[in-house]
Design a protein around this ligand. Sequence first.
Ligand code: HEM
Length: 529
Amino acid sequence: MDYYTEFLKKVEKPERLIPIVSAVLATTLTAYYVKRIMSSSKKVTYNGAEEIPVPDGAMYYLGHIPQMGSVPAQKITEWHKELGPILKVKMGVQDWVFISDPMIAQEIMATQGAITSGRPYLTFGNGISGKGDRGIVFADYSRNWKNARTAVLSILAPKSVAGFDTILQKEAENSINQLMEQTKLHGEVYPLSFIRLSSINIILATAFGLPGLSSPEDPFYKELVNMIETGLKFTSIVGDFSAYFPVLSFLDVIFRKERKMTDFVENVSHPMFRRMIKQALESDQDSLVKKMHLIMEEYEIDERNLVVIMSEVLVAGSDTVAISASWTYAILCHYPEVQKNLADEVDAFINKHKRIPTFEDRLELPYYISVQKECLRYRPPVYFGVPRKASKDVVYKNYIIPEGTVIVTNIHTLHNDSKTFHDADKFIPDRFIQDTRSMYASSNGNVQNRDQFVFGWGRRICPGITLAENELFNSVTRVMARCRIEPTLSENGDKIYPNLVDVNDAGSTVSPLPFKVRFVEREDRVILA
Ligand code: HEM
């Protein structure tokens, strides 16, 4: 928004815009002619290749961006309905290929993964924070990325995550206590900040071996949230517009884009992570940092790379889970009968085993498994995942996806496709009742039987699936054991339910609009706590 604010200040004095507008026009025209000359000379042709369908109305240089509205995935879903499961959209000067069919996604993103596992260049992720091919999330498909990923997987793989069970259970318990306390104190609670606190605490504990923070008011929590939000802003289209509209890159100089990003990285974010890594190494607790430290030399990870990897793990691993849990609570609030079934299932487990279930016991809770999968399907926390880039020309049937094209699976379309999910627009809690596979197993298994698409594909599939699944399991089953999620009440006593229709699309994540609910202690609970 900084850029906009500064831009608007200039708009208030239109005469100051004249040089900018003239430069845009001049550069745009030059770019147009250069591009025409280049595209006529550089075009690679394949005999018999068909054009990938392109929606109408692309504007010169802006492409389809002006048509996309505040939730681009919804527009792309409309285009898929009209043009089929694979289409090409102009994002500024970049070509993005969108895929809405699981079989096609599997073929392109996984089977042909050797040439589709790159990431597009982003000024912040690649040029400034991860410069020198460091990091994991934004790093291009390279030896450095492979080393970083192997190191991260050594602690996020299912067996390693089991070692964090106690921490995960304690955090879930703390979070529920806070949600219930807030409800008692204020009559209602806005759950996202408490859930977010819990998911940040889990990363602090597992990745850094650091103690959890007790409240969203904690200054360090606020620092971390600011760090996460600023990083996300810098990687969004608004924050990095010259990646999409290179002709406007001179505005970066005016708005000091790179300078701001560098200041943030060198003076705020990296120093903070260096401090956290130092604390982690001095702590008695086991952690991802300690494990990484031991294998850094073997995997050629230098000190700056460790800082980048750890900052990306914190960002990738906290908001995604918090938003998934928020959606789950928002949805369950609308379905008291589903809450009742979940509570009955958890109660039956507690009566039988005289303890609360843990993730290891998940097979005894098939209804919970189904409901959680359905919540992720019905309202996924991400629509585009993390975009990929073709590192060579990709051939799919009669189509060619040229080298350098950005490739995205549109989870919004895929989850709303009635060929993949019957009555896709309905919340059907027992949709997955026959399928108790873990999300990890389902995401990595045969695509024909796959029921999870939110974690991506192939070589770059999310390495945090089991941690995410474990966190959600502990939180949701514990909430159901202890309380009911109820709507808030207006002054007249009318019930106010969370909005499940409109979303807050932040680019990398899609969360519910801010909502309040009540976590009301169940009088018929079978645990006392
Ligand atoms: C519900 C929660 C989560 C969702 C929906 C999610 C989703 C995703 C998606 C779609 C990708 C891109 C995959 C691709 O390119 O095909 C990804 C990558 C990644 N995720 Fe997650 N994620 C979640 C939780 C986590 C957690 C808990 C962690 C770690 C603590 C994590 C760490 C990462 C990392 C490091 C990458 C980059 C992998 C790479 O580029 O090789 N994620 N995630």
